[in-house]
Design a protein around this ligand. Structure first.
Ligand code: HBI
Ligand code: FE
Length: 296
């Protein structure tokens, strides 16, 4: 039997958590999962599936159902890849942890989504500081079944590879775009605002907070506004950006970003909790419970 691959996780140092990167692409060691691993998957899957009805976007719920993920056991990437390749040409690859940004972008550009092979422990059920199998598989993979979102993610990857070559703050701007759309995005439906961001759908607390709390701002999507806006990595978001459609995301990535990066370099970044007079505001948050600093 093959040895179980490494779990490459953030290291706790006297300066707090520091990310550790790995580039290896491995086979999903499905026989290595313990009964506890499958139980953690089953618990999180059942809880989020129940919580997200009426909160996640119709398309997220539809694509997730289309993936036939088994709630009781950790799905096999090979089973999911048969569906995914057929739908949009994407495939999952198993990785051991965080990839260096260029590796990550290059995989996206080639329609490969890196999924961390290991799942969090029962003690980490409600929060862990980095993507695990549940965040990636439950959160990121379903919308890759949607052709428009799948094209956006591939275009985003190509943009990331290019930004890596440009240097300067290009990657910072692009990472903010990922953060406020792919990870923490909301979408407007006829029946109200709904969640499509992976960081939200894989989090019990934030699935409730992002739509029902009065604390956060909710602002209409604006590409350059988002690319100027700093964000928090350790608490619920202070601001959520709302798209009208997945097509709007795809259209936003069609222009050449080079002149946009040059324009952004002349402007100040915007704190996560700020609302500008030019913002299309759905609601201005009260800010209750916000931490005052720590934006990245
Ligand atoms: N690596 N495995 C993995 N998963 C991610 O989501 C990921 C990554 N490396 C870099 C990264 N995300 C971020 O820089 C994105 O915001 C681009
Ligand atoms: Fe993620």
């Amino acid at each position: 039997m093959n040895a179980t691959p490494a779990r490459v996780e953030h290291q706790l140092t006297d300066k707090g958590y520091v990310p550790v990167y790995t580039t290896a692409v491995i086979e999903q060691p499905w026989s290595s999962y313990s009964a506890t691993d499958h139980e953690v998957w089953a618990t999180l899957f059942a809880r989020q599936r129940q919580l997200l009805v009426g909160r996640a976007s119709d398309e997220f719920l539809r694509t997730q159902a289309a993936m036939n993920m088994t709630p009781d056991r950790i799905p096999k990437f090979d089973d999911l890849n048969r569906l995914l390749r057929q739908a949009t040409g994407w495939e999952l690859i198993a990785v051991q942890g965080l990839l260096p940004e260029l590796d990550f972008f290059d995989h996206l550009a080639n329609r490969r989504f890196p999924v961390t092979w290991w799942i969090r422990t029962p003690e980490q059920l409600d929060y862990l500081s980095e993507p695990d199998l549940f965040h990636d598989l439950f959160g990121h993979v379903p919308l890759l079944m949607n052709p428009v979102f799948a094209d956006y993610m591939a275009a985003y990857g190509r943009g990331g590879v290019k930004a890596h070559g440009i240097g300067g703050d290009a990657l910072t701007y692009l990472t903010r775009l990922y953060w406020y759309t792919v990870e923490f995005g909301l979408i407007r439906q006829d029946d109200g605002l709904r969640i499509y961001g992976s960081g939200i759908v894989s989090s019990k607390g934030e699935s409730i907070h992002c739509l029902e709390s009065t604390a956060p701002n909710r602002i209409g999507f604006d590409l350059e506004r988002i690319m100027r806006t700093r964000y928090r990595i350790d608490t619920f978001q202070k601001t959520y950006f709302v798209i009208d459609s997945y097509e709007q995301l795809m259209e936003a990535t069609t222009p050449d970003f080079t002149p946009i990066y040059e324009r952004l370099a002349q402007q100040e970044s915007i704190p996560a909790g700020t609302v500008l007079a030019t913002d299309a505001v759905f609601n201005r948050g009260t800010g209750e419970g916000w931490l005052s600093d720590g934006d990245v």
